[in-house]
Design a protein around this ligand. Structure first.
Ligand code: BJW
Length: 228
């Protein structure tokens, strides 16, 4: 790591799997027979708000039962001690990176513990449980939804992420299938900018061939081995 100063780390559902949170695409990747693509759209929210709210209510409740694992802790330690630029970009909506102590973190697909007002755009801590007909404290409209980036919506902080990728010396991808864009394209942006690229995953991802190196195994072992 001698010649590396700027690091971007992309994480996905696989990093939280060993904490007990289900991934999306795999044997446990279904929720009550629904594909994630059927629940996580603005159209689904409009068509069947109760179903979408229940999906996120159940996942939010599950957060109280799980803890960060060795991979989250290893990344938080790296964040604390790394003198150069470092950015953890997580696609996950759980809070396990921050509970492990990570500070330089972007939730590009939103957060379970945040609510978004569709009327005024305000984000606020999710009032748990959300009483029916809850009002937005900023505009008083009854228009709160989960602060989650659905398919077809723009992920958060893309400008910041893009800038970090363009000056990265190392791009590390952990526990993501590489099935969802724009995150799946980050490896190409980083490579074009001259970064070294490494993937840590339980199996080769969809974009495995874009990486210079792939290490196959559980994140709780591979991440501490790499960063400590
Ligand atoms: C382990 C492990 C262990 C297990 N250790 N590993 C280009 C081409 C085609 C389509 C598109 C395109 N660009 C955009 C699109 C459309 C769409 C898209 O990508 N569709 C695809 C289905 C093709 N993208 C969008 O709509 C996005 N918005 C957008 O593009 O806006 C326009 C734009 C234009 C230009 C620039 C920027 C933007 C929005 C995507 C929103 C995704 N939302 C979801 C749900 C919300 C969050 C939530 O409910 O949690 O986000 S979908 C779901 O997938 C979730 C995840 O964050 C995301 C990625 O999944 P992830 O994390 O990779 O999980 P899995 O389950 O797929 O994989 C887990 C991996 O871990 C596996 O490989 C396992 O092997 C591994 N693993 N255990 C290590 N112990």
């Amino acid at each position: 790591m001698e010649d590396i100063r700027n690091i971007v780390i992309l994480t996905g559902a696989g990093i939280s799997a060993e904490s007990g949170l289900a991934t999306f695409r795999g044997p446990d990747g279904l929720w009550e027979g629904h594909q994630v693509e059927d629940v996580c759209t603005p159209e689904a929210l409009e068509r069947n708000a109760a179903l979408v709210h229940r999906f996120y209510d159940e996942r939010r409740a599950k957060l109280n039962e799980v803890q960060p694992n060795a991979a989250h802790h290893a990344l938080a330690e790296l964040d604390a001690r790394w003198p150069g630029d470092l950015l953890i970009v997580t696609q996950n909506v759980d809070d396990l990176h921050e509970r492990a102590g990570a500070r330089r973190l972007i939730h590009m697909h939103g957060e379970l513990r945040s609510a978004l007002c569709v009327a005024c755009g305000e984000s606020l801590p999710w009032p748990d449980p959300l009483p029916p007909g809850s009002q937005c404290p900023a505009c008083s409209r009854k228009s709160l939804r989960p602060d989650i980036v659905f398919f077809g919506e723009m992920p958060y902080q893309m400008d910041l992420i893009d800038a970090a990728l363009r000056r990265a010396d190392l791009f590390l991808s952990i526990g993501t299938s590489g099935a969802v864009y724009p995150a799946a394209g980050f490896v190409q942006t980083a490579r074009h900018a001259g970064a070294r690229t490494l993937e840590l995953n339980l199996e080769p991802s969809a974009g495995s061939f874009y990486f210079e190196e792939s290490r196959i195994g559980p994140a709780s072992e591979l991440v501490p081995d790499l960063v400590r």
